[in-house]
Write a protein that binds this ligand. Structure first.
Ligand code: FES
Length: 154
């Protein structure tokens, strides 16, 4: 069972749309923000709230790479791997992150603080190469600045 505060938010999203199932992306984002990933039991709860079959919710989660059913972490680092960032030294950013955190994509640091996730264009191509930590967007400005940014997230 989802906690009451989360259920309330999902119900608010459902009320916003003419058809309940149209709220699916908002509901899934809400669940992921709450737990840091999408736990299996939450899929069933979302299906019930939206009045859709469980496999419909599962297929939506599987389709979008922004949804994560794997191990949760306190902070999610999303690294843009699309073409503009790729040509603007995305590999330097990625290597610096991997070196500093000691993890690869889809892994979680030993202290549970960070998870590294590849994503497509974050819509900030003019600042490439770009990464996000939770809801904050950053331009890669070298390893020293990267370390300073990471230290803000405890
Ligand atoms: Fe990386 Fe657009 S290609 S932000």
């Amino acid at each position: 069972m989802l906690p009451q505060e989360l259920l309330e938010k999902l119900r608010q999203h459902v009320q916003y749309f003419p058809r309940r199932e149209q709220a699916i992306l908002l509901c899934l984002h809400e669940v992921q923000d709450y737990y840091g990933h999408i736990p299996n039991f939450a899929l069933e709860e979302v299906a019930k709230i939206l009045h859709v079959p469980l496999n419909h919710v599962e297929s939506v989660v599987a389709f979008y790479d922004m949804f994560d059913r794997g191990e949760p972490a306190k902070h999610r680092i999303r690294v843009c791997v699309s073409v503009v960032c790729h040509f603007m030294k995305k590999d330097q950013l990625l290597n610096a992150l991997k070196k500093h955190l000691g993890i690869d994509f889809w892994q979680v640091t030993k202290d549970g603080r960070f998870k590294l996730i590849p994503v497509q264009c974050l819509g900030a191509c003019s600042c490439a190469p770009v990464f996000m930590i939770d809801e904050d967007t950053y331009q890669f400005e070298g390893e020293e600045k990267l370390h300073e940014i990471l230290s803000r997230y405890t």
